[in-house]
Design a protein around this ligand. Structure first.
Ligand SMILES: CC(C)(COP(=O)(O)OP(=O)(O)OC[C@H]1O[C@@H](n2cnc3c(N)ncnc32)[C@H](O)[C@@H]1OP(=O)(O)O)[C@@H](O)C(=O)NCCC(=O)NCCSC(=O)CC(=O)O
Length: 470
């Protein structure tokens, strides 16, 4: 299945925060914390929000949709000033900083596409590279990196999509989705002609204060030095350059698809693990954290390892982000804007996952890992980072998780309904799976995946059969 990619750029502009006459633009700078520096050179996180709208004629798009989106974006940026700024590294500073100065803004590209909206925004298997034209390039040079870039594309009479490219060193998934939701809120309820917008909801109001972020071990410099010492094949990583690690090109044989585990499927998977524990006589002695997240990851990754046909002795490393906001003592504000995630990593060998009880094994392993966070979410962070880098360099198969089943991205309504699909495009380069809550809001989870075509075929049959067989 090939999507004919005919995407024409209509406009590239800069959207600046809108200050009314009573306010004036002032400079704002934020230091990078160790949570931010952990992601300093990671390629951007890219999402596409697809909106189905058959009334979206070019006239309606240009006279209603686009002006509304642009004006509300400008208003939203007033509340999220760091997003309109840049990452810079002042000559006298030890670490880069985020700096907004008056007249800074976000690069917005507007385009029109004649590609198949239905296929792009659907769950079915399609070429991974087909999504790329809807993602804006994040402007980055040695001395300056944009925080976000946006691209709005019209599919005449089918709908439109909003692509966002976000610098992971400035914002994590919670912050990034908070911004998009705030923008949607203003777009839906504001009157752009009168420039009148409702108050920002408390749950979408960002908190920029870094005071609550403590770093007694000096992890910021540990992580920064790791980046500065990093060697990357074929790349000249200049000292103090803000260039990101090169994004791996998407292979033409890679395909993308979305799979769903319903609330019922998840319940059955949970029962399967519990039944196995009872059989092994270990239920009472070992309380187990069998959350939706654990079950979805265990089921998904076991199917992936099988589909990819790894040798049994291949090392497998599974990493996922942990939101530290509520886990710190004292906790950080739940709307803390920036990065406040640490990583949690499971080390195993393919053999354990390929066995009949591979799913139970991984579910128990992930459950133990999440329970261990209770000891302290940053416990042994320095040593863990060193081990992760060692394993990454040692040829292990690395698997990550992007997004979350808790971000409620499917409620992001700009005024023309909820999204048809929210895709994390960047998994085509990172090899991670992406998570989102199911569109029906009934407790299911959606898994986004990019694999080679033959692997995807195998994954599909394993995924479907594994749910039926028990
Ligand atoms: C570490 C975790 C993944 C572990 O998740 P778990 O679901 O296993 O564990 P948990 O303790 O959070 O929740 C356990 C149970 O508590 C309840 N529960 C807890 N919090 C809840 C909430 N906010 N809403 C609804 N239920 C909740 C549920 O019943 C859940 O079980 P049940 O679910 O069965 O009902 C998570 O706590 C976490 O930190 N998630 C955020 C990860 C994150 O920020 N990822 C994005 C990284 S940045 C990134 O990737 C880039 C980007 O996205 O842009």
């Amino acid at each position: 299945m090939e999507v004919e990619n005919q995407v024409n750029t209509i406009d590239v502009c800069q959207v600046t925060p809108y200050f009314d006459s009573s306010e004036s633009a002032t400079e704002l700078s934020l230091p990078l914390t160790f949570y931010d520096i952990m992601w300093l050179k990671f390629p951007p996180v890219e999402r596409i929000f697809f909106y189905k709208l058959t009334e979206s004629t070019p006239t309606f798009f240009n006279s209603v949709i686009l002006p509304k989106l642009k004006h509300s974006l400008s208003h939203t940026l007033l509340h999220f000033l760091p997003l309109a700024g840049n990452l810079i590294w002042p000559p006298q500073a030890i670490k880069p900083i985020i700096l907004y100065t008056p007249d800074d803004g976000v690069q917005l590209t507007v385009a029109e596409s004649s590609a198949d909206f239905h296929l792009l925004s659907g769950n079915e298997v399609h070429e991974a590279a087909d999504s790329r034209p809807y993602i804006p390039e994040l402007p980055v040079t040695d001395s300056k990196a944009s925080v976000i870039a946006l691209k709005i594309t019209l599919f005449p009479n089918h709908g439109f999509c909003i692509g966002i490219s976000a610098h992971h060193s400035v914002l994590d998934g919670k912050s990034s989705t908070m911004f998009i939701k705030a923008w949607a809120h203003f777009c839906k309820l504001g009157d752009e002609d009168k420039r009148q917008y409702p108050a920002l909801l408390t749950e979408l109001t960002p908190v920029f204060d870094r005071i609550g972020i403590q770093d007694p071990e000096g992890l910021d410099m540990v992580y920064l030095n790791n980046w500065l010492e990093l060697k990357w094949p074929g790349v000249d990583l200049k000292p103090r350059s803000l260039q990101l690690l090169p994004a791996i090109a998407v292979r033409s044989s890679s395909v993308r698809a979305t799979f769903e585990l319903s609330r019922e499927d998840i319940k059955k998977l949970r029962e399967r693990v519990l039944a196995n524990l009872v059989k092994e006589g270990s239920k009472e002695t070992r309380p187990i954290h069998l959350s939706t997240f654990v079950l979805v990851l265990a089921y998904g990754f076991v199917c992936i390892v099988k589909a990819r046909g790894f040798e049994s002795n291949r090392k497998v490393v599974i990493g996922f982000a942990v939101d530290c906001r509520a886990r710190l003592d004292p906790p950080v504000h739940e709307n803390y804007f920036g990065n406040c995630v640490s990583s949690c990593v499971a080390f195993t060998e393919a053999e354990s996952l390929l066995e009949e009880k591979g799913f139970m094994y991984l579910a128990e392993m992930l459950s133990e890992l999440i329970k261990s966070l209770e000891k302290g979410v940053l416990d042994g962070a320095k040593e863990k980072m060193a081990r992760n880098m060692e394993e990454a360099a040692g040829g292990a198969a690395l698997f990550g998780v992007a997004g979350s089943n808790r971000f409620e991205v499917y409620g992001t309504d700009f005024g023309w309904g909820n999204p048809e699909k929210v895709e994390i495009t960047s998994i085509d380069r990172t090899g991670a799976i992406s998570l989102a809550e199911s569109t029906d809001g009934k407790g299911g989870v959606e898994i986004g995946l990019v694999l080679e075509k033959h692997e995807m075929e195998k994954f599909t049959s394993l995924f479907v059969a594994g749910l039926k067989n028990h």
